[in-house]
Design a protein around this ligand. Structure first.
Ligand SMILES: NC(=O)c1ccc[n+]([C@@H]2O[C@H](COP(=O)([O-])OP(=O)(O)OC[C@H]3O[C@@H](n4cnc5c(N)ncnc54)[C@H](O)[C@@H]3O)[C@@H](O)[C@H]2O)c1
Ligand SMILES: O=C(O)C(=O)C[C@H](O)[C@H](O)CO
Length: 256
């Protein structure tokens, strides 16, 4: 098989959380361009994502769910809907995530719990129910979770986000260690500073936006398209021997 064919996701089925906008939409489009049908899970359904995927000749199933409040039974229900529609699951992209900004002296329990729930607890339990499905199918599969620069650094006024993204990097290694024997690859992508809703407050703050831009060796903020190629690679057979790794897509930020 040629190296280019090994990038193909033809006949694969990918679940992408937070596919309605931002990095999730970019990765859903990238995976569909590589051949996958997509199940987009979001609390806001997007006609735009659906239209863009269908334009590529791929199927899009939209599942509405609040990933802050969902429990493992609710996540299993999404897997069941996917299997009912497409017969199987091959790829999970745990992308949906939120950030809450407040001084650590004043940070609330609500902002702690909501961020930890969606950014790390749901990532773990969605991975668990999808991994069980991979074992049942006896196919192996790929799990990709979205980490952050704040998996490596402290950040400012974002304690629960930093805890959650450090957690994503950690559990990526734990799950990879345990599930490699089932041909399941669990990896993460750590995007740098990307121009999406997640960073709107940073980009609105002229001083902070300037400091960030000045520190990015690439000299620009990242885009959803920048992470799409990394997601396609990690979802493909070219990544079969990569496990437990967090890949920075950061314009060089961490190297500086
Ligand atoms: N933008 C960045 O600079 C950056 C950097 C590193 C990591 N990330 C991470 O990338 C991921 C995607 O973020 P983004 O930048 O595209 O942000 P975004 O806010 O543009 O997109 C987040 C998506 O998740 C969905 N979502 C939010 N809360 C949800 C909920 N409760 N239930 C279901 N869906 C929900 C939103 O509707 C949206 O489609 C997040 O995990 C974020 O932490 C972003
Ligand atoms: O550093 C901050 O305040 C951030 O907002 C972090 C970004 O959202 C992003 O996660 C960096 O990878």
């Amino acid at each position: 098989m040629s190296i280019l064919n090994l990038f193909s996701l033809e006949n694969k089925v990918a679940i992408v959380t937070g596919a309605s906008t931002g990095l999730g939409q970019g990765m859903a489009i990238g995976l569909a361009e590589a051949g996958a049908d997509i199940v987009g899970v979001d609390y806001v359904e997007s006609d735009e994502t659906k239209a863009l995927i269908e334009k590529l000749g791929k199927n899009y199933l939209s599942v509405k769910a609040d990933l802050i409040k969902i429990n493992p039974a609710g996540l299993q229900d999404i897997v069941d809907q996917t299997v009912k529609r497409f017969g199987k699951v091959d790829i999970l992209v745990n992308n949906a995530g939120i950030i809450r900004r407040e001084d650590s002296l004043n940070f609330s329990e609500k902002d702690w719990d909501e961020v930890m729930n969606i950014n790390v607890k749901t990532v773990f339990f969605f991975s668990q129910v999808v991994a069980k499905q991979f074992v049942k199918q006896n196919t192996g599969g790929k799990i990709i979770s979205i980490a952050s620069m704040l998996s490596y650094q402290g950040g400012i006024r974002v304690p629960s986000y930093t805890a959650s993204k450090s957690g994503v990097k950690g559990i990526t290694m734990t799950m990879a260690n345990e599930w490699a024997k089932y041909n399941i690859n669990v990896n993460a992508i750590a995007p740098g500073y990307m121009a999406t809703n997640n960073t709107a407050a940073l980009r609105d703050d002229e001083k902070r936006a300037g400091e960030i831009l000045e520190r990015i060796p690439a000299g620009r903020w990242g885009t959803p398209r920048d992470v799409a190629g990394a997601a396609v690679f990690l979802a493909s057979d070219n990544a079969n021997y990569i496990n437990g790794y967090t890949l920075a897509v950061d314009g060089g930020w961490l190297g500086r």
